[in-house]
Design a protein around this ligand. Sequence first.
Ligand code: NAI
Ligand code: MG
Length: 368
Amino acid sequence: MANPSLLILAGDGIGPEVMAEVKKIIGWFGAKRDIAFDVSEDLVGGCAYDKHGTPLADETMAKAQEVDAVLLGAVGGPKYDKLDFSVKPERGLLRLRKEMDLYANLRPAQCFDALADFSSLKKDVVAGLDIMIVRELTSGVYFGEPRGIFTEGNERVGINTQRYTESEIARVARSAFELAKRRDNKVCSMEKANVMESGVLWREVVQEVHDKEYPDVELSHMYADAGAMQLTRWPKQFDVIVTDNLFGDLLSDLAAMLTGSLGMLPSASLGAPMANGRPKALYEPVHGSAPDIAGQGKANPIACILSFAMALRYSFDLGDEATRVEKAVEKVLADGLRTADLMGPEGGKPVSTSEMGDAVVKALDTSL
Ligand code: NAI
Ligand code: MG
C-alpha cells in the first residue's frame, strides 16, 4: 500500500522555522516507527505571491485536493500589507479552506501541567483541562447574504446575515459526535436559540442528529453567552463543544487562552470524507507568521508539532502515536524547557526553536 501523503505549506515568517521542527518528527516516525509519509512541499501566502503573483497557485490547490492531509505553517507579514485584498497572503489560506470545504474547525484547549501556572485562571481550574471546540467554519454570519453597507433614508446601515441550512448544521454536528465518541462521549451545543431563529434550527437539528445517529453520546445545549461564563468558571465540565462560526470564533479564542501561550495552540480543519474514508484535512498552528520574532530562532514550534499530532489522530487513525507526541511535549515542558514565549516568572531553561524540536525528538526516543 502507498504511504499516506502529506503536503507541507510552510508559508511565511516563522512558518518555515516551526515546520522545520515538525519535519524532524516526521523523520523520526519513518526511522523509528516505520510510519512513513510521502511528503511534498509547496508555497502558500506571501512567498507564493513573490514567485507566482498569487498567494496560492492553481497547481498547489490541486495538490492540496489530492493529498491525505495538508500541514500549514503561517502566512503573511508586513512586506505584504499594502497588497490588494485579492492577492493578500491570507487569501491563500481562505482559498484552501473554501475549496476543500473544511467545515469543521477543531480547536483543542489542553492544559499541560507544567504550564498550569501560566494561565490567568487558578491552577486547579485549568490543571488537566482537555476540551475540544468544534466551530462551524464555512457558513453563518461571515458568509450569509444579504451583506454590505447600504443607505436607508438619510443614514447608512451595515448588514450581515446569519444563515444556516439544515445540512450545514447536521454535518458539523456529526463531526462533533464522532469526536466525542473517541473522547469522553459528551457534547455541549451552543447557540442563542432564545433570540435567534437560526439558533432554534441549530438546536433542533443537533438534537435530531443525536437522537437518530448518536443516541449514546451525552448531549446538552447551552446559550452561547452562558457558555462563555461557564468556560471561565469551570471549563472542565465540558468535553466537546459544537457551535457556529461566529460564536466559535469567540469561544475558541477564549478557551485557548485558558491554557496559556499562542505558541502552544494547534488546530485542525476537516471536511467531508474522501474516497479513502479520510476527511479532507488541513492542520495548522493557531498563531500567525510572527514577523516580530521571525528569523531569530525564538519561535515556539510546539503549536505546529501538536498540529501534526492532530493529523496523526484525525487523518491517519494513529491516535496512540499522536498521544506519544503529546507526551513527548509534556515531558520537555516538565523538564523546564522554555522558548521565550513560555518564560514565566518561575523561569526555566531557555531554548531556541530548534533546541525545542530536538528535545521533543529525544523525548520520543525515550518513549520507545
Ligand atoms: P501572530 O500570531 O503572528 O503573533 C502575535 C504575537 O504572538 C507576536 O508577538 C508573536 O511574536 C507571538 N507568537 C506567535 N506565534 C508564536 C510562536 N510560535 N512562538 C512564540 N511567539 C509567538 O499574529 P499577528 O502579529 O497579529 O500577525 C502577524 C502576521 O501573521 C500578519 O500578517 C497576520 O495577517 C498573519 N496571521 C496569519 C495567520 C495564519 O497564517 N493562520 C493567523 C494570524 C495572523
Ligand atoms: Mg479568531
